[in-house]
Design a protein around this ligand. Structure first.
Ligand code: NAD
Length: 440
């Protein structure tokens, strides 16, 4: 082989040889997006889920969820992405395993760790059989102390091995936002590496070596707390501006002008100051509830966080109060709903503000016509009997229209002659015959 060929071969190998072999447990929003993005960065990825349907779809390169650009990533990098229900295959063919299973709320608001515990047990069983060192990284949102006091003992018990010696342990919280998750993965504000042992820290630093953002090294519990504190702060910021928005509405002041005015203060910042009908989604509601119940258990009363939750409960109902100014008796009236997803560019309806609004409209015997570009399939599982329209235009044929999610396509509609009550500040809807915003 001549020198040129050798250089080419080496160059080619550097390009195609994967950086790391990664397994990911849980192929929901976080696991699937993390996996697809790591594959783009030349890593080999094995995705594991107990949901066979999801695994079959991923194997075909079809994302089981809607997220911008995810379909392209799954197709482009399908040769680096494997999907299975088999932990054995995943742990034994990888150097590190991310835990990305759900951590939902129990009925009393406390965190449900059953998926995390089951996963830890399954990984432990595989570690027992595995020769050599392996890194376990928690990406699921878990309360401070969980990785060290619950996950570590389970891994040790089922593997018969010692953390920090036979296997590594780290906590790497996820900050992606649904709708812009792929972009967020590649352009994070920061990466947090909470670590139990230095080897684990070093492996994660290597995995994230191409990222230019600050990489913060912390204890396991600090990493866990950073995630909760971030979500609690952001949710509080929205509840704060909604409270200011409610005051502004009373005195005829445009709350968005106020937001622009305070947002320019560098200590405050403009992000998360768009008042509206409040926050939903799979994270803020459950994480704030988990934090509140956990705080009680350690003898603290988190008053600010509790208030943020309280404001958020009331905010969607404000929209209905405004609607009733225009249509006092809702019985028999047709109310058009534009938007069911908890935010645009996702099909996720978990804790969507559309839920309490539609519940109340049904109690008051209104007829509902709803449309969402991506979330109708998921919403149908919660409300199977309301009418779902095949286009946004169809919704316009109603006694009043409520805008609940700010999808771009709603900007194109002709609102003239309509009654619109807006929960998301869609400028184009101001052309309606009657237009009112929740806080403006
Ligand atoms: P999700 O509910 O969309 O997905 C979880 C997946 O885990 C499901 O596909 C489920 O079938 C699978 N699963 C459950 N038990 C399993 C097991 N024993 N083995 C294998 N798979 C199993 O959840 P998500 O929204 O991706 O969130 C995952 C975690 O990440 C949560 O802790 C969440 O709080 C956190 N998080 C979520 C977001 C977000 O925007 N969705 C952002 C940051 C952090």
């Amino acid at each position: 082989m001549n020198a040129e060929n050798l250089i080419f071969k080496l160059y080619f190998q550097i390009l195609i040889v994967p950086v790391m072999n990664i397994s990911i447990i849980g192929t929901g929003y976080v696991g699937l997006i993390t996996g697809a993005c790591f594959a783009k960065l030349r890593n080999n990825v094995v995705l594991v889920d107990i949901d066979k349907k999801k695994i079959e779809m991923i194997k075909k390169g079809i994302p089981p969820i809607y997220e911008t650009d995810l379909d392209k990533l799954l197709l482009t990098y399908k040769n680096r992405i494997n999907a299975t229900t088999n932990y054995d295959l995943a742990v034994h063919s990888s150097d590190l395993t991310f835990i990305c299973v759900g951590t939902p709320s129990k009925k009393n608001g406390s965190i449900d760790l059953s998926f995390v515990k089951k996963t830890s047990q399954e990984i432990g069983i595989q570690l027992k059989k595995k020769k050599g060192w392996h890194l376990v990284v928690i990406k699921s949102t878990v309360l401070p102390g969980t990785t060290e006091k619950i996950i570590l003992p389970l891994l040790e018990k089922f593997s018969g091995k010692k953390a920090g010696k036979d296997f590594g342990l780290a906590m790497n919280p996820e900050f992606l936002r649904e709708g812009t998750a792929v972009k967020d993965f590649f352009e994070p504000d920061r990466i947090i590496i909470g670590f139990y042992d230095k080897k684990s820290r070093d492996v994660l630093k290597k995995l994230y070596k191409d990222f230019s953002c600050p990489i913060i090294e912390t204890s396991l519990s600090a990493a866990e707390m950073i995630k909760y504190a971030s979500n609690a702060f952001l949710a509080t910021k929205i509840s704060f501006i909604n409270e200011i928005g409610n005051l502004c509405k009373k005195i005829n002041v445009d709350t968005y002008e106020v937001a622009d005015g305070i947002g320019l203060d560098r200590r405050i910042g403009r992000a998360f100051l768009d008042s509206g009908i409040g926050w939903g989604g799979s994270c803020f509601p459950k994480d704030l509830n988990a934090l509140i119940t956990w705080a009680k258990n350690i003898g603290e009363k988190p008053r600010i966080i509790k208030s943020a939750v309280e404001v958020n409960k009331q905010q969607p109902l404000k929209l209905l109060q405004i609607l009733k100014k225009h249509i006092p008796k809702l019985r028999g009236k047709t109310i058009g709903i534009l938007g069911l997803a908890f935010k645009p560019d996702t099909d996720d309806v978990r804790e969507s503000r559309a839920i309490p609004i539609i519940k109340q409209l049904l109690i008051e015997k209104a007829t509902i016509k709803a449309y969402d570009p991506k979330a109708m399939k998921n919403f149908k599982r919660l409300f199977p009997t309301i009418e779902y329209c095949s286009s946004a235009e169809e919704v316009l044929n109603s006694d009043a229209i409520l805008i609940l999610t700010k999808w771009d396509e709603f900007k194109e509609l002709d609102y003239s002659g309509k009654t619109v009550i807006d929960g998301r500040r869609l400028e184009e809807a101001k052309k309606a015959r009657i237009y009112e915003g929740v806080c403006w």
